[in-house]
Every structure is written in structure tokens, then in C-alpha cells.
Design a protein around this ligand. Structure first.
Ligand code: ATP
Ligand code: MG
Length: 422
């Protein structure tokens, strides 16, 4: 027999037993975003490869080795999006969203990176992200960070730490980069191979290295903070004082540089020690140069992206906050007349109680076998409709999750009864 085809390595199914948690995570996040006046933008999953090369940068991990790039039938080079910002900016420029207006946007969906799969790191993974365009002050940086703090509040996630840093402007970074390269070059023998390569291409990323042998070297390195101009310094101080006034705890991490090229000034990450090496659940920052870099008018921007699989892993560690996701009721219908009347009754109930979660038995069978299925569905009540009930215009209601007695309720009063008891 032929071998069954498997999913692509690093790409996963979200199965029914898990999808209730995903839905509830997404719903809670979307409710917070709506509460801050952010609007969704949906962009294609594939873009021209050039978009990512120009925005993320040629010497980043993503563009160097992680993209799913292919030629389509016309010979155009396309790439499955590895992140959401480039597509948002492209869409904004193409549709004139940045002309003399601000935009508070969010997106969600799968991203694709050819990484080594492990816990919390996949080749297809989901992100929800936020991008705010047209605002240059630290007040909007503060707002997007306040949004993330509220996510953790509504999800009741604990143990997340906010780390912030500033990358200054492109000019400030250029000066700093020289100093950093000079410093690291005098200690070349202590650099690993990857860092030697980065010394030429992307030296700031060396600060992000997890290699324990380089820790001391990195700790002693000059920090960008020392090379900030007046405006960048004020921006950073404005953010810090805003965070304090909102009671958002943070630590300044001068080694926080972020993987992508397009960041400027504020960068931040929310990290946890509960996920092993994949400890960053949310990462973002300001990218004032990107819109112009992609051909639009200079437009300041700030945003972040969260990895949903990592949030799910955290939620699974605290089962008390899991939503139950079980049906309210399961309708058992015994006998031909009841099987004919049941669906009609169910539709009327759904009209009256739009939030009711009810399973209607399909496929017939004995009372006993139907009742067993009702119990196994996890439903709180079995609604029992048989010949006798129909003749008397009532329905049996049997609580399945406790020992209370079965009740009989008149069909006319069923919606009221359920409403009062659910
Ligand atoms: P990392 O350092 O973990 O590789 P990154 O800097 O590449 O992260 P970003 O591009 O900033 O990550 O993406 C934002 C968030 O998306 C991350 O903080 C993480 O939660 C999630 N994420 C990134 N890559 C993956 C992946 N391969 N699998 C699952 N989640 C991911
Ligand atoms: Mg990465």
C-alpha cells in the first residue's frame, strides 16, 4: 500500500480539540484591538520576492536563509510572506492609505519561514500584528505597548517581561556601527564563525548572539545609547516616562537589536522563561524609514507581531484559564415523530437564542445510544424529545454535569428556561 502523505515538516494542523482555544485567543485579542480603534487589513499570503528583499534587508536571517521563494508560471519570483509588515506597507502605499492620514491597523494569518522546527518554532506559524502609521511621537509607541499589556491582562497570562531599547536613527546607528565593528575587530579571536560573517554584513546582530562564549565580550561592548542624538534621547525618555505613568514595568536591554533591518528608535519584546529557548512571544518597534524605502512618502510607523503558537503554549500551561468550549445542549430524539419535529424545534430555539450552542443528534438509534453521545459531547443538558413528550407538548431536560433530576418543560417555555439556566 502506498505510504500516506504527511503534512510538510514544521507545518501543523490545528485539530478540533485545540481549535476552541485558538478561537477564543483570537477573539479576545480582536476585542482588545477594537477597543483601541484598530482596523483589520488583509493582504495576500504571497508577495513579490523583491518586496521582502527591499524591506527586511538582504543580510537578515529571514532573507538569507528562511524564505519560501519560488518562480510562478510566469517566471516571477514570489515568496510566501515571512512576516506581515512588508505586505501592510506595500498595500498602504498602493492604496493611498498614508496620504495625510493616520492608520491604526492590525492583521493576522500564517507566516512562513524555513527554520529548524522545534517547540515554539515552526515553518508555518500564525501571527497577529499591529501597525500604526503617520504618528511620530512616543505617545503612539506607548499606545501599542499598552495594547500588548492589555492582551496579557485579558488572557490572564503571567510571567511576561517587557524589554525595551532604542536603535536611534539610521545616522546614529551608522556611527555606532563603526565603533562596534572597531571594538569587535580587536577581539576577533573570540567571535564564532557566524559572528565573523556578521561583522561584515550586520554587526548589530552580533549583540543578539546566544553563544555563551561571547557573553562577556558582548556585555563589554559599547552601547548605542551612548551615541544617541538629542531627539532620539527625548523620544526614548518620553516612552519610558509614559510606561511608568501607565504602571507598565519594563527593563532596558541595550542588547535588544531585533532581527530585521528596518527598525529605528523604539524596539521592544515581551519575553517569558516558560518556553525554553523560544521565549519571545511578542516583538516590535518603530520603523520610520520603511514606507519611504518602499517608494511611499516618508511616513513614521510603529508596530509589533505576536506568535500565536507561543501564546497557545503559555495558555496550555495554565489550564484554569482555558475556555471550556463545550455545547450547552444536545438534543436526543427518539421515534419517527420526534425526529421529524426535533429539527424544527431546534431552529426555533436558535432564532430565539442566537448564542446557544446546541448539537442535534443525527443518525437515529436507541435512546440509550443517543444519550451516551449526549454525555460524551460534554454538553451541560440533554434535551429529550420522544413520542410521549411530543403528545404532551413538553421536552425532558436532563442535566448531564451534576446529579440533579430530569425536568419537564413546556415547549413554549423552553427558550426562557434555557436562557435562565445557561
Ligand atoms: P526569534 O528570535 O524567536 O526567531 P524573530 O525575531 O525572528 O524571533 P519576529 O520576526 O520578530 O521574530 O516575529 C515576531 C514573533 O513571531 C516572535 O516573537 C515569535 O513569537 C513569533 N515567531 C517568529 N518566528 C517564529 C517561528 N518560526 N515559529 C513560531 N513563532 C515564530
Ligand atoms: Mg527568527
Amino acid at each position: 500500500m502506498a505510504k500516506n502523505i504527511q503534512a510538510i515538516r514544521g507545518m501543523h494542523d490545528i485539530l478540533p480539540e485545540n481549535s476552541a482555544l485558538w478561537l477564543s485567543l483570537e477573539a479576545r485579542i480582536m476585542a482588545v484591538l477594537a477597543g483601541y480603534g484598530y482596523q483589520e487589513i488583509r493582504t495576500p499570503i504571497a508577495e513579490m520576492t523583491e518586496l521582502f528583499r527591499r524591506s527586511i534587508g538582504d543580510v537578515t536571517d529571514i532573507v538569507e536563509k528562511e524564505m519560501y521563494t519560488f518562480d510562478d508560471r510566469n517566471g516571477d519570483s514570489l515568496t510566501l510572506r515571512p512576516e506581515g509588515t512588508a505586505g501592510c506597507v506595500r498595500a498602504g502605499i498602493q492604496n493611498g492609505l498614508f496620504h495625510n492620514q493616520t492608520q491604526r491597523l492590525w492583521y493576522r494569518g500564517p507566516m512562513f519561514r524555513h527554520e529548524r522546527p522545534q517547540k515554539g518554532r515552526y515553518r508555518q506559524f500564525y501571527q497577529i500584528g499591529v501597525e500604526a502609521f503617520g504618528l511620530e511621537g512616543p505617545d503612539i509607541d506607548l499606545e501599542v505597548i499598552a495594547i500588548t499589556r492589555r492582551f496579557w491582562k485579558v488572557l490572564r497570562l503571567e510571567g511576561l517581561q517587557l524589554q525595551i531599547n532604542t536603535l536611534g536613527t539610521a545616522d546614529e546607528r551608522l556611527i555606532y556601527r563603526e565603533r562596534l565593528v572597531a571594538y569587535l575587530s580587536t577581539h576577533k579571536e573570540m567571535l564564532d564563525n557566524e559572528s565573523r560573517h556578521r561583522l561584515q554584513t550586520n554587526p548589530l546582530r552580533i549583540l543578539d548572539s546566544k553563544n555563551p562564549h561571547m557573553r562577556e565580550l558582548i556585555e563589554q561592548a559599547p552601547t548605542l545609547m551612548e551615541y544617541l542624538g538629542e531627539a532620539s534621547r527625548r523620544h526614548f525618555e518620553g516612552l519610558c516616562s509614559g510606561l511608568r505613568s501607565l504602571g507598565i514595568d519594563y527593563v532596558v536591554n541595550p542588547r535588544l537589536v531585533r532581527g530585521l533591518d528596518y527598525y529605528a528608535r523604539t524596539v521592544f519584546e515581551w519575553v517569558t522563561d516558560r518556553l525554553g529557548a523560544q521565549g519571545t512571544v511578542c516583538a516590535g518597534g518603530r520603523y520610520d524609514g520603511l514606507v519611504e524605502q518602499l517608494g511611499g512618502r516618508a511616513t513614521p510607523a510603529v508596530g509589533f507581531a505576536m506568535g500565536l503558537e507561543r501564546l497557545i503554549l503559555l495558555l496550555e500551561q495554565q489550564p484554569e484559564s482555558l475556555p471550556v468550549g463545550v455545547p450547552d445542549a444536545y438534543m436526543v430524539m427518539v421515534g419517527e415523530a420526534a425526529q421529524a419535529a426535533g429539527p424544527q424545534l431546534a431552529e426555533t430555539l436558535r432564532d430565539r437564542l442566537p448564542a446557544l450552542r446546541m448539537l442535534c443528534h443525527c443518525g437515529g438509534g436507541s435512546f440509550k445510544s443517543q444519550f451516551k453521545k449526549a454525555d460524551r459531547s460534554g454538553a451541560r443538558y440533554a434535551l429529550i424529545l420522544g413520542e410521549e413528550e411530543l403528545n404532551r407538548g413538553v421536552i425532558g431536560i436532563k442535566p448531564l454535569r451534576d446529579d440533579s433530576e430530569q425536568q419537564q418543560v413546556g415547549l413554549a417555555g423552553l427558550a426562557e428556561y434555557l436562557q435562565a439556566h445557561l
